[in-house]
Structures are given as structure tokens and as C-alpha cells.
Design a protein around this ligand. Sequence first.
Ligand SMILES: [Fe+2]
Ligand SMILES: [Fe+2]
Length: 269
Amino acid sequence: MNILIFGDIIGRPGRKTMQKALPDLCKKHQADLVIANVENLAHGFGITDDTIAEMRQAGINFFTTGNHIWKNEKGKKLLAQNPADIICPANVTGNLPGKKMAVITVKKIKILLINLLGQVFMETKEEKIVSPFETFDQIYQENGQDALVIVDLHAEATGEKRAFSWYVDGRADIVVGTHTHVQTTDEQIMPKGTAYITDLGMVGAADSSLGMEKERVLAKVALKKETHLEPPTHAKAGVLSGILVVVDEKKKKVKSIQRLLQNYELTNA
Ligand SMILES: [Fe+2]
Ligand SMILES: [Fe+2]
């Protein structure tokens, strides 16, 4: 089984990059399952019906999210309908919409998908974050024993993600970090079999600061001005970051993990 997993898709440039890249990538890698993080899908913050529909049509089968997912009211309404293919971080308290995990079947293999938030430098007004370690234990005990377990740990701190990878090695089959929008080069199969990368990176405008318009970021960060961050209105190129994981279907074990990082020219973004 071949699984493609992509980092945070950011706004229109990210969606256009995905639409351009994914059909060929799916063909080339004979993808059986495509997963992407969509916390920044709709103009940088959350999701909408239309943007999720676009990404389904592009070929993404399943969506994970993160700390920005509840910042879009349209997206919250969509999440309240519990769509089968979208999950939200499981380790938050409070009355926030969205499914906390999902069990799907691909090529007769049961797959458990879990989305978690890190606790280091992450907490906001919207959510109170409890331990991703303990939440993993609970979900894994109830649903994970006979499943291929995939975790998106959406977290700022590399150290926290690395610690998590050791905590779940041999129980989770694939652990990917998201949220920083910068891809790390530490993809590996860990001693007990878990495929791991600290951060997948992003799918968004290449000429940007983490997918957001760089002038706005400079105004905010360098000049300390009150500035709303948003993706560039037009982007000449998009960067696509993710991984390909190959799973041995008989053994239900990961065989390999390969990093994907490529720029695509965009004409209509
Ligand atoms: Fe993000
Ligand atoms: Fe995030």
C-alpha cells in the first residue's frame, strides 16, 4: 500500500499547487491513500465547503487539521456535520466541533487516523490542550491494536515531536509532524518500526514566509505592526512538501519512507 501525506495546504496558492501536482504524483506512486493537513486551507485559516470539495476533487482522501481549524466559522459549521474524511486534534477540551479520530479501511486494511496538538508554545483562547501522550494511549487502546495507526502531531516544538515518536515507536505505524510549514530532513524508520518525520512542511506559495505574504509578515514581525497575515493573492510558484510511505500489506508494517519536496510553476494562482 502506498500512502502520500502532505503538510499544511495554505490558501489558494496551496490548493492550486495541489491541483497541479497531485494527479501525476498519484499515478507515479500508485497511491492508495492520500492524506493532507488542511488547517490553513481557506485563505490561511480553517476550511470551507468549497475549498474542501476542491481538494477532494484533486484526489485527497483524508484530511487532518490543527490549531487554526476553529478560526473559520464556515469551517466550524462543516465540522459540526462530522464529515467522514476530516478529523480534528483529539487532545483539546471544550466545546469545539469535529471528529477526534477515524477508522477507515483501505485495501482491506483497518487504518486508525489520529490528530493531536503539541502542548509547547501552542495553547490559544480557543482550545485548552491536554497531553498528546495520554490521549494517544487512550485512543490506541480502544481502537489501535489491530489497525495501521497514522498520527499527525501538529506541534511547534521539534523536541516534543521527537519525544512523542519515541513514546509511540512500535505502536503507531506512521507519525508525521505538521504546523511549522518547514520540512525537516529526518525522515526515518525507527527501531520498532514507526515511520517518522518531525515536520512534513507545507503546500503553499514558494515566494512567501511560511505560506503567508512576506510583506505582511515583515510588517508584523520586524516592524511590530498590527497586521493580519494572509497568503499572497497571486503566486508564480508553489512548493509541495510531503512524504510517500510504502506499507507491506501482508505484514501490515511500514517498508519505507521517502520525502517529497518540489516546486511547481503556477499560472492561475
Ligand atoms: Fe499550519
Ligand atoms: Fe498550525
